[in-house]
Write a protein that binds this ligand. Structure first.
Ligand code: DGL
Length: 264
């Protein structure tokens, strides 16, 4: 393994930066190529077949071009649908991002957990399996919040989040049977922790937010244990589609040690 070989972090947009931030905390030296499939954003409204074909195809081409030591699908939608397929295609370790139902089940005191994801994620059998495995005896209330993906993208580009969007998520969950008992909220989309403050303002301090970012970062660090990393490499931020898609992100990228955005 060459010390300059990067970790490839992949998402439909900027959501995976929440995983990047957690990864930085445990592996500050590791060179990272962050790939945002802005031309395919959003994934959550696409079909399983569209997402699987797109993600497996893109990651195959990206792995060939960038020769990463490990790939992380920093996207719940893509992971719950295409993780197995991507693992079949790539010859490197592939880490996925799946809804943090297990830690949420350990945390809840009321036994009622809210789960907010994309439309595609919340209907996956993968999520049913996580619920069966880890949330036996708990109540898991799932809703899709596609508007939050666009809101998170806009927030990172310096735009204000419409509070009505967050209030709508809250109100829909509260209107479900048992909704008022929710004390733990699974942010089952990597974009949503970017809205943690806005969510906390509406849900209040008694509702804990749980996401998978730190667990994924620890998993990556574990898999790369003992490997060396070249010092002083600049992280790269690549996008599909026109470069204009990344405009407005300059300050956020610079703060995270990325060079100027590039087109894949
Ligand atoms: N960030 C992605 C996730 O974790 C999805 C956003 C999208 O709909 O593209 O699910």
């Amino acid at each position: 393994m060459t010390p300059s070989a990067p970790i490839l972090l992949f998402d439909s947009g900027v959501g995976g930066l929440t995983v990047y931030d957690a990864l930085r905390a445990v592996l500050p030296q590791a060179p990272v190529i962050y790939a945002a499939d802005l031309a395919g954003l959003p994934y959550g409204t696409k079909t399983e077949a569209q997402i699987a074909a797109r993600v497996a195809g893109l990651l195959g081409r990206m792995a060939e071009r960038y020769q990463p030591r490990l790939a992380c699908i920093a996207c719940n939608t893509a992971s719950t649908i295409a993780l197995g397929m991507v693992r079949d295609v790539l010859e490197i370790p592939v880490v996925g991002t799946v809804p943090a139902i297990k830690p949420a089940a350990a945390l809840t005191r009321t036994g009622t957990i809210g789960l907010v994801g994309t439309e595609a994620t919340i209907r996956q059998a993968y999520v049913d399996d996580l619920e069966t495995q880890f949330a036996q005896g708990k109540r898991l209330l799932r809703i899709a919040a596609p508007g939050l993906v666009a809101a998170a993208e806009a927030k990172l580009r310096g735009r204000t989040v419409d509070p009505a969007l967050i209030a709508d998520v809250h109100d829909r969950l509260m209107a479900m049977p048992g909704g008022a008992d929710i004390d733990t909220l699974v942010l089952a989309c990597t974009h949503f922790p970017l809205l943690a403050d806005e969510l906390a303002a509406v849900f209040g301090p008694h509702v804990a937010q749980v996401d998978g970012a730190s667990g994924i970062a620890r998993r990556i660090a574990h898999l790369l244990g003992g490997q060396t990393f070249a010092a002083g490499t600049t992280n790269r931020f690549v996008v599909t589609g026109p470069l204009a898609g990344a405009s407005g992100l300059e300050a956020e990228l610079a703060a995270r040690g990325f060079g100027a955005a590039e087109v894949f």
